[in-house]
Design a protein around this ligand. Sequence first.
Ligand SMILES: [Zn+2]
Length: 469
Amino acid sequence: MLSTLCLAAFLTSIDPAADFASRFTGRTLRFDYHHVGTAGEQHIAQAGLRLEGDWPGSRTQLVDPESLGAYRFRVLDAKSGELIFARAFSSIYGEWKTTGEAKRRWRALEESQRFPEPKAPVILALDERGDDGVLHEIWRDEIDPNSRFVDRAPLVERGEVLALAERGPAATKVDLLVVADGYTAAQRAELLADAQRLTGALFATEPFKRRANDFNVRVLHVPSTSSGISNPRKGEFKASELGLSFNAFDSDRYVLTFADRALRELVARVPYDALILLANERKYGGGGIYNLWATCSADTEPAEYVFVHEFGHSFAGLADEYYSSQVAYEDLTKPGVEPWEPNVTALLDPAKLKWRDLVTTGTPLPTPWDQKQYDDVDLAYQARRKQAIDAQATEETNERLMREIKELTKPLLAAEPHFGKIGAFEGAMYLAKGLYRPSVDCIMFTRNPTTFCKVCERALEHTIDRYVK
Ligand SMILES: [Zn+2]
């Protein structure tokens, strides 16, 4: 008992700021590597260590306590073994290995981890969430930050940084950086208008609205030589600056870049905690991977919704609450395992539901809703949408379809007896059965609402908290 008390007293006496200064230089170190493998085998191949600018993240909350995500990166003091930094994340590799292609061939995907530059040698470690839902170490190595193997070359100073909101020091704000892709030098004003409109939509949505003062918002414009991004299904290939492209994993609307290293070099000179890659595109699309980045097409009717929805994925690890849309993932969720995502549950034990404290009093678990009626309407729409995609229909046609489904499903969901309440509604994260979402509707479920459900809202707010102290 005495030793526990002494330890508690010792822990409370630590000054986190002094602790940071004793361990870290104040700058950012980036660890670049290739995640190589198949569905069944994987390797981490190191690519290098790169010194970036000042550490933009929190100096007092260095170990992520929540451990969401499919992976976790850890930094341990080499001498004592003490954990001095940890950050959860998901990755393109993690998604790709669940696709059919990963059963047939190898791929090497670029990944990076950024952390405060340590003063002394450290051990870097990567953990992966297993089929049991638990994180297991897959790789570790020791590095010496003072060695000649750290690239300390001056940072690349390309493009122009446009400040939309400067509200305080990077260390106590969420630094949101919008990175333009497919905007030419002549399209600077268009970029500025797009970025203002879309970040405006984000900060009109709770919890971002009430927490706007916790954000710095900047735009990086490195002009592309031509307008727009690649669209392989139409045979259109562009040499855009970030290499964004539609049709990631052969999914028409999924926008990713596989040139993460080049992206990291471009943005290294700007303080950032979160990235949104903005495509100068009329074609509907986007994507968002936890603690990697989000992508969004700027010039579509639902662009504001996409921007907010995809940022929900990348910033707080929110899952898609929908289940009927076409995706490439074949075995994302293992039966009987609770998903790590904060807004989806397998409801293995309703008494231990992770959002139990937010459940509306008197709401049954699972919460009944007319899934059959919704599915009949939605599946007919999904079939028409697939036809339109296969036929390379115009954006106007696609947008008309999206308006139609909204007009049909919005009143349907609003008429549900438990609409607006928090419970556990069956159908979530690409599965019609066995996974549950917190609310009958949410920005992570349909394009209908302009608000996150209370469970998503809380997860987003917790994430903001981790950057501002
Ligand atoms: Zn939600």
